[in-house]
Design a protein around this ligand. Sequence first.
Ligand code: PMP
Length: 322
Amino acid sequence: VRYKEGQGWHNPTIEARAPIPLDPAAAVLHYAQEIFEGMKAYRAADGGVVMFRPDANARRFYQSAERMAMAPVPDALFLAAVRELVRVDRDWIPTGENASLYLRPFMIASEAFLGVKPSSEYLFIVIASPVGSYFSGGAVSVWVSEDYTRAAVGGTGAAKCGGNYAASLLAQREAKTHGCDQVLFLDAVEHRWVEEMGGMNIFFVLDDGSLVTPPLGGTILPGITRDAILTLARDRGLTVREEPYSIDQCYADAASGRLKEAFACGTAAVVTPIGRLCGHRGEVVIGSGNGADPITESLRGALIGIQRGQNPDPYGWVQHVA
Ligand code: PMP
């Protein structure tokens, strides 16, 4: 779907995937005016196709657009585009246990000019690809990035814009160099408070059975999975605190045994146990170290059950889309 100032959103089309023509002066290529979303369509037990809280992705996309001075896509248009693509790609939705159709809605500034200003033309596109599990199972290891941060206060951390990810790639590479699967970012002011991972939010489970997750302060992506976990945990009678947790405390709690489990959550990762923290401060094992962590496991089971349509959905999170 195209946007042009004065015309609004127009010309929706469904096309076979192919390169898109773009002027070499298109604003996105120079000033990175780009946002995206990530969502999944699953085949439900009844054979229908379901999505998890697509309205929340539509809202976040709208808010990301506002932060990046882009023309927001109305929620109804976002949802119609996603639904239409799922319908057309229905036969590509895999049936396996952890398989789904990943959908990537994104928007780019397509106006051609060389000054620094918001574009007056945009392209909103949705592409799709069948995917399996993001992680192969077991627990992931996490590298604590002390040299690079992801988001500054007043910056774009709460928006899902490509630039955030471009800025995180070097830290991700550093993590891999040190043999870790993922990177964990600290706050940009004190380099002290745990924020989030490269593409996931993070939760800690303490020995009193309570959960701690960093608060959304404008520097963290407001994850839809994070929000669902907060609700699921509270409804299971767990105490959940959205409060700052320092990396020093995290290491101390892991060493003393007060930190029982940690997990990452997001659309791609769903809920993935964290078994090991590594970084300049050394290495420490969390929980069982191999992913056999009871609270993580039970929250993961509860979430997947709802997402797949195997468990009742008292929250109205799951929507039939095809
Ligand atoms: N943080 C970041 C940086 C992410 O890219 C993602 C994935 N969208 C998340 C958190 C988790 O968000 P969600 O649960 O909405 O997928």
